[in-house]
Design a protein around this ligand. Structure first.
Ligand code: PEP
Ligand code: MG
Length: 558
């Protein structure tokens, strides 16, 4: 048995035989034509045929996988009808008296190059779409059909990556899992697999070449592990897990659309934590009530320059639009300590976790901060925005933030640029100082969000990154729970609401305690939403006082 490790992007366990995806390679030769007009007519006919195929694919995908999945074929339609694309094809045919296949391939290559240099994962993924559209047009010009794959039996279909039409044309009854050597969480492979609820592992890189056509394989889409030629013990273990998971998933899926309400009527919001637009599908799929933490620093981490105002505006605007009026809380840049960004040269610090991070970095780099705030304010008209600030330790910081926001608003007013008047302002409660002044902070802001990952680190003096301190970095420690309780009491007493966006929010053993404390919202990774809803629905808060007494408080006797 071989065990391979990739990135699990769609949960679940699948058993099957490896089937390598055979790609229809369309090789295009450059050829001279006598009559450019006739060649253009040939191109227009091929275009019509390609559009008809796309319409059929749209309709089929709409009924099998839903509107969101089918949408990609509307995008392909738009690409084929794009005036720039068509005038480029026409120009190449006429100027060079060259065949239409070659003109399409050249034009597509130019478009793909254009997309590939855009510093945006979503746009980069569109390179595969341009290639897909080009292959379709060329096949229509050559009167070739895309070949049907023989996927009889339970197939774990493997390829370097899949294009949208390749995934849409797969036989849904036999394909039990998808595995790729490339790919990311934003690739169509990942999105489609999640939507269809089949396990998928991407980014296997070199490990991918350990797999052969026909190999027996077990895919664990949660951990990203592949068991090739599994032994009997592994088969039995994974079969048991598969049966349990299937049953559980079925139960959880039935909870979509339900309220997060306890048996005795206490409600709580269940929101999603995301790192970028690529996570929004999963958030929606898992029926989130909103986005409770958009970690905006991910936009800065992998780029050589800080993202421009325009780029940020585009991303925030998309996030807000896609959440259709549900609350989206975007946290401003939280750089420093464990989150280093190559676009900023941060001086070495003795104690980076206690150093220039979060809001301190933003104050030290006002242009970076202002750029982000301008982008956020401009995007605010597209939905229900909350802006949240990390690593707050004093009231003065909040005053300073509010002062900067009103300056930016005045600048926007002068330029007649719109922003919403209903933006909520919140602070992360992730330092003991913030807890101790939470009564005062609550008077200044609309909401709190408990960053328990950092709060535990600072309250317990235990580096969250040091594996040998795991037993000390215990977010369930009474000290941390008391802090959350104090912050919740102070929030409510002063007109603010409170959520938790640290990992502890997904800890089902604490859900009852959080509800008892009056926590209004838990923001967790998307896949934790439905399990938490199941937990909330099972609870009854009649033991509330008992639980609160057990946690105690700093002002009580215990
Ligand atoms: C936290 O500290 O709990 C938190 C949510 O923020 P991050 O993990 O991004 O520091
Ligand atoms: Mg934090």
């Amino acid at each position: 048995m071989k065990i391979l490790q990739g990135k699990g992007v769609s949960q679940g366990i699948a058993f099957g035989k490896v089937k390598f995806f055979r790609r229809d390679e369309v090789s295009v030769k450059r050829g001279r034509v006598e009559d450019a007009d006739a060649e253009l007519v040939r191109y227009l006919n091929a275009k019509r045929a390609a559009l008809a195929q796309l319409d059929e694919l749209y309709t089929r995908t709409l009924s099998e996988a839903g509107k969101q999945e089918a949408e990609i074929f509307s995008v392909h339609r738009m690409m084929i009808e794009d005036p720039d694309f068509n005038s480029s094809v026409e120009r190449i045919i006429r100027r060079q008296n060259i065949n239409a296949e070659y003109a399409v391939a050249m034009t597509s290559r130019n478009f793909a190059e254009m997309f590939s240099i855009i510093e945006d994962d979503f746009m980069r993924e569109r390179v595969a779409d341009v290639q897909d559209v080009s292959n379709r047009l060329v096949r229509c010009l050559m009167n070739k059909q895309a070949s049907q794959q023989d996927n009889r039996g339970k197939c774990v279909v493997c390829a370097d990556d899949f294009s949208p039409s390749e995934t849409a044309q797969m036989d849904r009854d036999s394909v039990v899992s998808l595995c790729t050597s490339r790919g990311s969480a934003t690739s169509h492979t990942a999105i489609l697999a999640r939507t269809l609820g089949i396990p998928a592992v991407v980014g296997l890189r070199d490990e991918f070449y350990e797999i052969c056509d026909g190999d027996e394989i077990i895919v664990d889409g949660g951990s990203g592990l592949l068991y090739v030629d599994p032994d009997e013990e592994t088969k039995e273990r994974m079969q048991r897990r598969q049966a349990e998971e299937l049953l559980h998933r079925r139960r959880l899926n039935e909870l979509r659309g339900r309220d997060n309400i306890t048996r005795d009527g206490h409600r709580i919001g269940l929101y999603a934590n995301i790192g970028g637009l690529e996570d929004i599908d999963a958030a929606i799929l898992n029926d989130c009530g909103g986005i409770g933490l958009f970690r905006s620093e991910f936009l800065y981490l992998d780029s050589s320059e800080p993202p421009s105002e325009e780029l940020q505006y585009g991303i925030y605007q998309q996030a807000l639009s896609r959440m259709k009026g549900k609350r989206v809380i975007i946290r401003t840049l939280d750089i420093g300590a464990d989150k280093q960004a190559s676009c900023f040269i941060l001086p070495r610090e003795e104690n980076p976790a206690l150093g220039v991070r979060g809001i301190r970095f933003c104050f030290a780099n006002p242009e970076v901060f202002r750029t982000q705030l301008r982008a956020l304010l401009r995007a605010s008209v597209h939905g229900r925005l909350g802006i949240m600030f990390p690593m707050i330790t004093s009231l003065e910081e909040v005053h300073e933030i509010k002062c900067i926001i009103s300056e930016i608003k005045s600048e926007l007013d002068e330029k007649k640029i719109a922003y919403s008047n209903e933006i909520e302002i919140g602070v992360m409660i992730e330092t003991p100082a913030a807890v101790m002044i939470s009564d005062m902070l609550a008077q200044e802001v609309d909401f709190f969000s408990i960053g328990s990952n950092d709060l535990a680190q600072y309250a317990l003096a235990a580096d969250r990154l040091n594996p040998s301190l795991e037993q000390y970095h215990n977010a369930r420690h009474t000290a941390v729970l008391r802090m959350i309780k104090i912050a919740a009491e102070n929030a409510h007493a002063n007109g603010a609401w409170i959520g938790i966006c640290g990992e502890i929010g997904a800890d089902e053993e604490l859900t009852e305690a959080f509800l008892a404390m009056g926590v209004d919202e838990l923001s967790v990774t998307p896949t934790s939403i439905l399990p938490l809803r199941e937990k909330v629905l099972s609870l009854d808060l009649s033991r509330k006082e008992l639980i609160l007494d057990a946690i105690g408080s700093v002002t009580a006797n215990n």
